[in-house]
Design a binder for this molecule. Structure first.
Ligand SMILES: [Zn+2]
Length: 344
C-alpha cells in the first residue's frame, strides 16, 4: 500500500512525499495525533519510499511496494528499518534470559507487562543506527508510543537525535504529545495527523477486513479513529446484548452489561470507558436534536452525570459499578443508540 493509499492524511502525506522527492529528510520527525489513524502505517510506507529500489517510484515520492526492499520492510525484516514497539521490546527482553520451548508463552507474558519504552531498548536501536547501512537508502528508526519512554530513555535518545549520522531518520510516534519531554519535542520536526472522517473509518474497516457488527455505526462512534471504531464495536455489542436501544433499557440490562465486562480490572476499566464514551455521544446527539426545554434539560442533566461517572473511572471505583449506575441513569430516556438498525 503506497503512501498515496493512506486515507485522510493528505497534508502529512504530501509533506513526506516532498521529502522523498528532494532526498532531504530531517534527522528526527514527530508523528502526532489520535491513536489508530495510520501514523505507524505511514511511517513504514515512508521508510519504504526512502529505500525503494525503483527510481521512478522514488522520483514521485513513492514506494513501488514490490521490490526486495519494499517487501522486506513490509515484513519487518529489513536491517536498515527498525520498528520499535512493546512487542519489539518484549522480544529483546525474552531473548536475553529465555530460550526454550515455552518462548511464545514467555513472550506473551512479557508483552502484557510492557508499559514503558526503556533505556536498554533505546540503546539497542541506537546501536543499530550507528551500524553501516546495508543498502544505499536511509536508516529509519521508528519508535511507536514514544510518550511512554522513561525519562532516562528519553535523555539517552536525545543524544542520538541531536546529531544523527547522514541518511538516518528517527520517527517518533505519539498520541500524547503533551506527555513528552520538551527537549525531545524541540529537536523533532512535528507532523500532525488528523482524526479520520466517518467515511474513511468505515472504508478502512472494510478494506482491511476488520469485522464489526455494523461498520457504519462503529464509525459513527469511533471519534475519528479505526482503533476507536473497534472499541466502539465491543461496547455496542455489550449494550445490544443487554437490550439497550431505542426503546430504553431492559430491566436486567444494566447488570447484564456490567457483568459482561472483562474480569481483568485494567481491561474492564477501558471497556467501561468506551461504553461511557458511546453513551455520552448518543446522549449528546439526542440532546442536540431534542425539542422543548424540559427534554433538553433532562438530556443535559444525564450528560453531566455521565461525565461524572466517566471521571470516577480514573479513581479507584469498580468499573462494573460505574457502568451499572450509568445505565440506570438513562432509565426512561429515548436514546437512539442503534440508529438505522432498530427495525428488527
Ligand atoms: Zn520498492
Amino acid at each position: 500500500m503506497p503512501l498515496a493509499d493512506i486515507l485522510g492524511q493528505d497534508k502529512a502525506i504530501t509533506y513526506l512525499k516532498t521529502l522523498v522527492k528532494q532526498d532531504r529528510v530531517p534527522g528526527a520527525l514527530l508523528f502526532y495525533g489520535p491513536e489508530g489513524i495510520g501514523k505507524a502505517k505511514t511511517a513504514l510506507e515512508f521508510a519504504k519510499a526512502l529505500n525503494c529500489l525503483d527510481a521512478a517510484a522514488r522520483a514521485q515520492g513513492e514506494a513501488c511496494g514490490v521490490c526486495a526492499n519494499c517487501k522486506a520492510i513490509s515484513q519487518h525484516t529489513h536491517p536498515d528499518v527498525v520498528f520499535v514497539d512493546f512487542l519489539y521490546q518484549a522480544r529483546l527482553e525474552v531473548k536475553k534470559e529465555f530460550e526454550s520451548n515455552s518462548y511464545e508463552e514467555e513472550l506473551e507474558k512479557t508483552l502484557t507487562k510492557q508499559q514503558h519504552i526503556k533505556i536498554d531498548t533505546i540503546r539497542n536501536v541506537a546501536a543499530k543506527a550507528q551500524q553501516k547501512s546495508v543498502g544505499k537508502g536511509y536508516k529509519v528508526l521508528i519508535i511507536d508510543a514514544a510518550q511512554t519512554m522513561q525519562e532516562e530513555a528519553a535523555n539517552a535518545l536525545l543524544k542520538f537525535i541531536e546529531e544523527p549520522p547522514q541518511k538516518t531518520v528517527w520517527i517518533l510516534i505519539t498520541s500524547k504529545r503533551t506527555a513528552m519531554l520538551r527537549t525531545i519535542l524541540s529537536r523533532c520536526q512535528p507532523l500532525a495527523f488528523a482524526p479520520l472522517s466517518q467515511e474513511n473509518v468505515e472504508k478502512i474497516l472494510q478494506d482491511n477486513q476488520l469485522e464489526t457488527e455494523n461498520p457504519s455505526l462503529c464509525a459513527a462512534y469511533s471519534a475519528g479513529s479505526v482503533g476507536g471504531a473497534l472499541k466502539a464495536d465491543e461496547a455496542l455489542s455489550l449494550l445490544r446484548e443487554a437490550g439497550l436501544g431505542i426503546n430504553g433499557c431492559s430491566p436486567e440490562g444494566p447488570t447484564a452489561v456490567a457483568t459482561g465486562l472483562s474480569r481483568t480490572l485494567a481491561t474492564a476499566r477501558q471497556e467501561a470507558q468506551t461504553v461511557l464514551d458511546v453513551l455520552l455521544q448518543a446522549v449528546h446527539t439526542a440532546w442536540t436534536n431534542a425539542q422543548g426545554e424540559e427534554t433538553q434539560h433532562r438530556y443535559a442533566t444525564v450528560l453531566q452525570q455521565l461525565e461524572k461517572y466517566k471521571r470516577s473511572l480514573t479513581r479507584n471505583v469498580s468499573p462494573v459499578l460505574v457502568v451499572e449506575t450509568a445505565l440506570c441513569s438513562l432509565d426512561g430516556l429515548n436514546l437512539p443508540l442503534f440508529n438505522g438498525e432498530q427495525n428488527d
